[in-house]
Design a protein around this ligand. Structure first.
Ligand code: GDP
Length: 298
């Protein structure tokens, strides 16, 4: 598996004070606090969260001389504290098929994430079915089929432009017939027409509940780390469109450090089930709060 730290270098504090132990110790004063606040805010952490993290870090330490390594460690501890409650793998239900609806804007990494999850569940001995619910984008369906092949998982599709809800219903039937453990349903991500999308998503939910009143058991929102603050408004929007139960953040292998995840954790408290750390099938890692905090602040 990829890790966040491996692919990245140079977190926030290094950018401010340089790396390593050769840097001189510094007095924790108002000026330093302000620099740290600015740094965290610039990382998309959000003003309130940034102020709280720095205040907690400084509590009882004002006037002390700290090494750069100590500053990194203290900040990372505070960020870890915020992130620990939301770090939770996708829960496995006893009830089968477990139905997971996957939502998010186009390009966020939905298809890729579904493929990676399918592969992980397959490796764990689960049988998986995927439904290509974005019936309007032919390319999306094709991509999903490629991922299905890679993961060794069947992908159900329908004619282009046909009703995603009826595909979802057929997929429920098929998943039940096959005794599948997990059914993942991809959905459209056209935010340009929210009303349409809302109707489409709520119809999918209505229809799958005819087969299983407890479904969907999870609604995963996939977010792209490179969109920074945008992730906040995407969560707000998708929570209005669907009953989002957890998040996956993709593209944390690039330069994006995902500071916005801290703001998200603080504001919404939604579980972070996994993170995308590359384009390959194994590039989906559990969300590790400590790794994440160290990579962000380091
Ligand atoms: P969708 O439109 O939401 O289904 O998005 P896709 O799954 O097609 O992904 C869009 C692009 O992002 C593709 O080029 C993927 O290879 C890429 N991508 C997805 N997840 C990751 C990730 O974790 N890291 C990187 N570097 N690229 C990713």
């Amino acid at each position: 598996l990829g890790t966040q730290e491996g692919a990245r270098s140079g977190g926030l504090v290094s950018r401010l004070f340089g790396r390593g132990d050769s840097a001189p110790r510094r007095v924790l004063d108002d000026e330093m606090l302000e620099s740290l606040e600015e740094l965290l805010i610039a990382s998309d952490m959000g003003v309130d969260t940034a102020l709280r993290v720095t205040a907690n870090m400084a509590a009882g330490r004002m006037g002390q001389k700290l090494s750069v390594e100590e500053i990194k460690r203290l900040l990372a501890e505070e960020v870890t504290r915020v992130m620990e409650p939301v770090a939770r793998p996708l829960p496995i239900f006893q009830k089968t098929p477990q139905v997971v609806l996957v939502v998010g804007v186009n390009g966020s990494g939905k298809t890729t994430t579904i493929g990676k999850l399918a592969s992980q569940f397959r490796a764990a001995g689960k049988s998986v079915v995927i439904a290509a619910g974005d019936t309007f984008r032919a390319a999306a369906v094709e991509q999903l089929e490629v991922w299905g092949q890679r993961a060794g998982v069947p992908v159900l599709k329908a004619a282009q432009g046909s009703d995603p809800a009826s595909l979802a219903f057929d997929a429920m039937v098929k998943a039940e017939e096959e005794g599948a453990d997990l059914l993942m349903i991809d959905t459209a991500g056209r935010l340009q027409n929210r009303q349409d999308l809302m109707e489409e998503l709520s119809k999918i939910v209505r229809v799958i509940r005819k087969k299983d009143p407890t479904a969907p058991h999870n609604t995963l929102l996939v977010l792209d780390a490179t969109t920074g603050q945008n992730a906040l408004s995407q969560v707000e929007t998708f929570r209005k469109l669907a009953d989002v139960s957890g998040l996956v953040m993709t593209k944390l292998d690039g330069t994006a450090k995902g500071g916005v995840l801290v703001a998200l954790a603080d504001k919404f408290g939604l579980p972070i089930h996994a993170i995308g750390v590359g384009e390959q099938i194994d590039d989906l890692a559990p969300f590790d709060p400590e790794d994440f905090a160290r990579a962000l602040t380091g």
